[in-house]
Design a protein around this ligand. Sequence first.
Ligand SMILES: *[C@@H]1O[C@H](CO)[C@@H](O)[C@H](O)[C@H]1NC(C)=O
Length: 449
Amino acid sequence: MFLRHLSLYLFTLVSSATAALPPIHYTISRRGGSFPAPDTANLTYLLEQVKVVEQRYSATTRTFSGNKVVRKPKRVHGTQAGAALLGEASRDGNWFASLHIGDPMQEVDMDLDMLTADFWILSTSIDSENPLAFPTCRQPKDLVHLPTIQRSVPLSFAHCRPSKQWIRSLLPSGAYLGLAPSTALSQTKTMSLMPQLVEKQIIDTPIWSIMLANRKEGIFSIGGTSVASVREVERETEDSLARLGHQKSERSFTINDAPRREDGDKLSEWKWMKVQGAEGWWQILMRGVFVEGIKILDSQPVVLDINTPFIIAPPLAARTFYASISGSKRLSPPYDQFHAYPCFNLPRINFEFDQWNVQVLNAKRDKGTFSPGGRFSLGRMTRGSGFCIGTIIESRVGISTSDARESNSKVHVDGGNGLSDVWIIGEPFYRDVQVAFHWRDKLVGMQRA
Ligand SMILES: *[C@@H]1O[C@H](CO)[C@@H](O)[C@H](O)[C@H]1NC(C)=O
């Protein structure tokens, strides 16, 4: 209901009141639908999904570029360029938008990926003009039809064909939009979609943002955020619902202190913080983790990634976290990355970022899900159990398995990809917080959803 109103608003109205160019909004969906939230967790499935996340993170490594530490695709033996193209088009669990391209117009799914930096389109038919640095890619130009502002502009992109060396050679065609802030991760060495839009003066604010309306739909905005439009729609939705005499608005999320004035897309309302760590991803510093109002962890580096369906924490941080929830326990191998807590003892959890403290994963269960134990739960540990699996999961990225298994001993840092002490903050967080990304100044902005 809410999203339908919002779409209508975003795609039929363009504000002309401000001098700034309006943002472009795409509706996005999660491929394969919502992440499952069954009554009883399927640990086999969950572990598979955790491994998928870990694989995505293992595809890169840290290295020096001049005097900077940057993330680079890992070299793979037997591939022409020494590396496989990062990312996987049409992967289940990717958030994607529909891209309209060409004349006649074609529609392709465009996956979003915060861990990669290139804009490419994959298909098996490819001409041989304009070869690129990446051996299976060319650089054509084609018309891209932009929603919201209803304009079509010629943009260039890397047009790639799956190489024989790639393990999965029968890839479906699709577009891929890398959203990582650093060009160190770029493999095709082309200008991505958004800098081209700035150059062509289609947008003037080097910001993109994501707002999730529920577990499978959201809005991806380029050149600003959807906050102003969302508030406008909330007002209108509420009004029309009130007029229709409905009890309560059906919206799937709430905004605290939603201003009642004509508010534009005020960037000053966002809490901004600088990206840090090895140059590559959207990594920031989480100042603290609180359980029941008590700070249990300090200064944790986090990487933001919408395509991860969990929150993944370094082993010691995860154990410290669960140690502060009474009755919780760690599962035994092979499921020892998971912890269970008494379903009805869901703790109050807060994350703190630069002077800003926000409650996350709070008790409300999502509509249409069956998982007991609130949004923090991935389902009961076993059928009928009073224990629920928590969505904060122990990382094994950048940690050798034997080290991680030595439960209470010190976990050794292998230092390889620099991820052994980093959290991965995935999709559940985007339900609580709206996040905006300033790619030119390398800033992450947040405000309550
Ligand atoms: C649990 O997940 C595995 C792996 O995805 C799947 O093969 C199996 O059918 C699932 N079991 C149930 C009971 O759904």
